[in-house]
Design a protein. Structure first.
Length: 236
C-alpha cells in the first residue's frame, strides 16, 4: 500500500531536518566557523573589498545565499555576517542584503519545522494547546513582530517555536522581514568599524537594547488592545 500524501510530506520534512543537522555538524567540523571570525575577516579585508568591487551583483547574490544558509543551519555567525554586510556593501545595501538573506533562511527552517514537528504536535494536542494556538494564530503578526524586535529572544528559537502553531508562512515572513530591519541596520551601520572590532557584543549599548525592547512593546500594544476589547465585549 502506498503512503498517503501527508505521510510522505511528513517523512520528507524529517529527512530535510536530518540533512540540516548533518550540514550544521559538517560546517562546524570543517572549520567554516573560523572563516566567520572577525579576526579572519579583518585580515582579508582588502581581498574581500576588491572582490565585491569587481563583482558587485554576484557578490551580493552570494552574500544573500550564504546568509540564508547560516540562518537555516542556526550557525552562530549572524552578527558577524551583518557587520560584514555593512562593511562590504555599505549601510543601506548591506542592510537590505542581510534582511533578505535572514528572512529566506528563517522561512526555510520555519517551513520545515511546521510540516514536521508542528503537524505532529497539532495532531496530538489537547484543549489548552488549541486555545493557545487560536490566540497565536489570531494575533500572530503582533507576537512575531514583538519577538523579532526585542533582543531577548534568540533568533533561531523564533524560527522554530511559531512552527508549533498554525501560523501562515506569509505572516511569519512579513513579521520577520520588518522586525529584523532595525537591528540589521544598527549592525550594518557599524560594519565600517569591522577592522577595529574585537567583540561584537560590545557594539550594542544598554540604551540601544532598551530602545529595541520599547519598540517591541509598542508593536505589541495594538494586539493587546484588541484582546482587551474582545474580552470586554464577551464580558458585556
Amino acid at each position: 500500500m502506498s503512503l498517503s500524501l501527508p505521510m510522505k510530506k511528513l517523512k520528507l520534512s524529517y529527512l530535510l531536518i536530518l540533512l540540516l543537522l548533518l550540514a550544521a555538524m559538517a560546517a562546524h567540523l570543517s572549520g567554516v566557523a573560523a572563516w566567520l571570525d572577525i579576526k579572519w575577516i579583518a585580515a582579508h579585508r582588502d581581498e574581500l573589498l576588491n572582490w565585491v568591487e569587481a563583482r558587485p551583483i554576484a557578490s551580493g547574490a552570494l552574500f544573500i545565499v550564504f546568509y540564508a544558509a547560516v540562518v537555516a543551519l542556526s550557525l552562530p555567525a549572524a552578527t558577524v555576517l551583518t557587520l560584514l554586510g555593512g562593511f562590504l556593501f555599505g549601510r543601506w545595501i548591506g542592510t537590505a542584503l542581510v534582511v533578505v538573506g535572514a528572512t529566506l533562511g528563517a522561512v526555510a527552517i520555519f517551513s520545515i519545522a511546521k510540516t514536521s514537528f508542528g503537524e505532529g504536535l497539532r495532531s496530538k494536542a489537547g484543549p489548552l494547546y488549541q486555545k493557545v494556538a487560536a490566540n497565536m494564530q489570531e494575533n500572530a503578526f503582533g507576537y512575531l513582530l514583538f519577538m523579532r524586535l526585542v533582543p531577548v529572544f534568540p533568533f533561531f528559537l523564533v524560527n522554530i517555536v511559531p512552527a508549533m502553531f498554525s501560523i501562515e508562512t506569509g505572516t511569519f515572513a512579513l513579521a520577520t522581514f520588518i522586525g529584523i530591519i532595525p537591528g540589521s541596520f544598527v549592525y550594518a551601520n557599524l560594519g565600517g568599524e569591522l577592522s577595529t572590532i574585537t567583540d561584537p557584543g560590545d557594539l550594542i549599548s544598554a540604551k540601544t537594547l532598551i530602545a529595541f525592547s520599547l519598540l517591541g512593546v509598542m508593536a505589541l500594544v495594538p494586539t493587546l488592545y484588541r484582546q482587551w476589547c474582545a474580552r470586554g465585549s464577551k464580558a458585556g
